[in-house]
Design a protein around this ligand. Structure first.
Ligand SMILES: Nc1ncnc2c1ncn2[C@@H]1O[C@H](COP(=O)(O)OP(=O)(O)OP(=O)(O)O)[C@@H](O)[C@H]1O
Ligand SMILES: [Mg+2]
Length: 310
């Protein structure tokens, strides 16, 4: 549905998008995750034909964005990072106005507007001017404006910025339900937990470059993060157990930490039978065992080398 190949976009001396490549398949929710200024919006602008690329290429639904911008635009919906609503108009009027821009009219327009208001859980507020809406309601309506013409792909640029946790989770549910109806989604965010919970695959982007790409497990493998297994063993057995474990394949670290045996390895779960066998051979049981999987947060910090920039 989306193919990006060695894309470059500069503003003066600044390479906002720097040799970026990725692809998104039908029905996927693909997350472009990166800190402020990473190049997320610039990428969306090129894909949605608003900005020309300097080098490389991109296609959407098989149409090259530079050669066939009209064909691309008919297939995509774009939800911009900044709210783009008519504050004085009602929710219904906002949707109808956008629908007319896309050539809808009469009963088709009316039924589409009604359907989208229902989806966004805004039907009971349909006739209220948008200026009285909460931040979450405005964000939901903003998303619906990108869907009026029933696109195949929706570009969502940080659609949950500035709203509370409850409003955010309603928006994520809304995106999931639209995805379940077949919509392909390109989602940008700097919220790790959103990308982790919502997206099938994630591209981590920083300084315009792709730092990592894949589902969560693939990202973990690419970055070489390890599981941490911690187990309580009697004091006398700690040192020999650590020495034995250090020699196992796949183990990168085995030593005593805070009175426990700590083992770092790629696959903690796969290590457990061996650990159990080893300990029970010495007459010991597995006690107070924990396996800590790496999370995306630690990966993200490792990839971008810093906390989120403002
Ligand atoms: N029209 C422009 N003119 C000059 N520089 C720009 C322009 N648009 C973006 N930039 C710069 O390009 C870089 C990437 O910006 P972009 O908006 O794509 O980042 P982003 O990942 O969307 O960030 P944010 O999370 O803050 O929205 C930034 O350094 C930004 O200042
Ligand atoms: Mg942006």
């Amino acid at each position: 549905m989306i193919r990006v190949s060695n894309l470059v976009k500069s503003f003066g001396d600044l390479r906002a998008v720097d040799d970026l490549s990725f692809a998104v398949g039908p029905g996927e929710i693909f997350g472009l995750l990166g800190p402020n200024g990473a190049g997320k919006t610039t990428t969306i602008s090129v894909l949605s034909t608003l900005l020309p690329a300097d080098a490389g290429s991109a296609s959407v639904c098989g149409h090259d964005v530079a050669a066939e911008p009209g064909a691309v635009r008919r297939r995509i919906g774009v939800v911009p990072q900044e709210l783009a609503l008519y504050e004085e108009l009602t929710a219904e009027q906002n949707l109808a106005t956008f629908g007319q821009l896309y050539g809808l009219s009469g009963p088709r327009l009316k039924s589409r507007v009604g359907e989208l208001l229902e989806l966004a859980e805004l039907a009971e507020h349909a006739r209220r001017p948008v200026k009285g809406f909460s931040g979450g309601m405005k964000r939901r309506l903003n998303i619906m404006l990108g869907l009026v013409h029933a696109p195949d792909i929706l570009f969502l640029d940080e659609p949950t910025v500035g709203i509370d946790a409850q409003a955010r989770s309603r928006i994520l549910d809304l995106i999931r339900s639209m995805n379940a109806r077949g919509l392909t989604v390109l989602y940008t965010t700097h919220y790790l937990e959103e990308a982790e919970h919502l997206c099938d695959r994630i591209g981590v982007i920083d300084h315009g470059r792709l730092a990592a790409l894949g589902d969560k497990e693939e990202l973990i493998r690419q970055i070489g993060e390890h599981d941490v297994v911690r187990v309580q063993v009697p004091a006398a057995a700690l040192a020999p157990a650590a020495a034995a474990a250090a020699a196992w394949p796949d183990v990168t670290f085995a030593d005593l930490r805070r009175g426990k045996l700590e083992i770092h390895c790629r696959d903690g779960a796969a290590l457990l039978p061996r650990l159990q066998a080893e300990l029970s051979a010495g007459g010991l049981g597995l006690d107070q065992l924990e396996v800590i999987r790496p999370n995306l947060e630690s990966l993200y910090l490792k990839i971008t080398g810093r906390a989120l920039r403002e």
